[in-house]
Design a protein around this ligand. Sequence first.
Ligand SMILES: [Zn+2]
Length: 85
Amino acid sequence: MKKELLLIGLCILAQSCGKAQPVKKENVAKVGNQKCPVSGQPVHSAHVYIHNGKEYGLCNNGDCASHFSQNPDKYAEIAEAIAKE
Ligand SMILES: [Zn+2]
């Protein structure tokens, strides 16, 4: 009886952990833009923004992610246009 309860508890924990990460890293498609859609500066590998399952590159400027998050559809479109250049 106790063992069953423990298993149920583990299942609940596993599910809540899954919800904490809405986008799984392996499901993210890299857009591959070489310039930051916000500032136009070269992207930095450590700075990315994930939106709608896509990973957009950003430059080294910490403000760009917050700008992106305020208007993600606009900057996503710009980043995809840059990627096609
Ligand atoms: Zn930037």
